[in-house]
Design a binder for this molecule. Structure first.
Ligand code: ZN
Length: 288
């Protein structure tokens, strides 16, 4: 297992973690102050400052990206399918332009939530079929851009509105069907928040390693009680997730990439940016 007790060389900050405190340029400056060399920005954060300024600021700061958030949200009615396709191709292009190692793909749930304005549906089976078709189509485009796609399974509480891919096994099955040659262009993002509860988690991580699919690793913690489904993730060490055990499994499976702190939290958004980053570094060293 890698030793994280020194400089936070493997720590990446997901842009959502401090999205309320600063724009992308402020996040880049903050990471530099705390010796953090890696980030994973969101598309809206890039749009807010412009792709060119973002590219320049990332280059000037010598930062690397651990990913780019996010593509996907595939289920749509016929009136919204072109929008979905165009959006996703733009995400691939932006991620490639910024030198991201992968585009994080969040599948989407029912069409009226994945693509607002779509005709309401309760057909989760059809939504999952659209997700797989959507990934297949986007993968063909991503191959031309040499930009790997990382399917991120989300906790099942988000099945209706955010992602109907809810387990590592489901994500790996999709990857196996669409990329049987294990080309390196289609993999998974393992996020402890979404996967820690799964009785098949460790089997899934081992399989993901054998099939060479782990493209990203995200950390935070699960608070008890969790008071908001979206914005009450815990800081690493404040909850019940066995962070060291999961990281050991991911590293045993061959993952040698960055460790991304992704914390959607009203309580941490209310703290100063420097407090959040200093706490992320301290927890990275001591509990991650
Ligand atoms: Zn994540």
């Amino acid at each position: 297992m890698r030793d994280l007790s020194g400089e936070p060389a493997l720590l990446s900050i997901n842009g959502a973690t401090i999205r309320k405190q600063a724009d992308l340029l402020g996040i880049i400056e903050g990471c530099a102050r705390h010796g953090i060399a890696d980030i994973s920005p969101w598309r809206d954060q890039i749009d807010a400052v412009g792709l060119k300024s973002a590219q320049q600021a990332i280059k000037d700061a010598g930062l690397k990206l651990s990913g780019f958030c996010r593509g996907g949200l595939f289920p749509a009615d016929s009136a919204h399918r072109n929008e979905m396709r165009d959006d996703n191709r733009r995400y691939v292009d932006a991620a490639a332009a910024l030198g991201a190692p992968c585009l994080i793909v969040v599948a989407g749930g029912l069409p009226q939530y994945a693509r607002p304005g779509s005709a309401p549906s309760k057909d989760i089976v059809a939504a999952r079929a659209q997700i797989e078709d959507g990934i297949a189509e986007l993968l063909a485009y991503a191959r031309t851009a040499r930009l790997p796609l990382a399917i991120e399974p989300l906790h099942p509480m988000y099945c209706a509105d955010r992602a109907a891919v809810n387990t590592l096994a489901h994500a790996l099955d999709i990857a196996a069907r669409l990329d049987p040659q294990q080309s390196g262009m289609l993999g998974v993002a393992v996020d402890v928040y979404h996967t820690w509860w799964d009785p098949d988690l460790y089997a899934g991580i081992a399989r993901a390693g054998r099939e060479k699919r782990i493209l990203a690793y995200h950390v935070c913690d699960w608070l008890v009680p969790t008071t908001d489904m979206l914005n009450d993730r815990g800081m690493m060490g404040d909850g019940v997730i066995e962070l060291r055990r999961i990281r050991a499994a991911v590293e045993d499976a061959g993952y040698s990439g960055l460790i991304e702190a992704e914390i959607f939290s009203d309580r941490w958004w209310a703290e100063p940016l420097d407090t959040v980053l200093a706490t992320c570094v301290e927890r990275y060293r001591t509990v991650v």
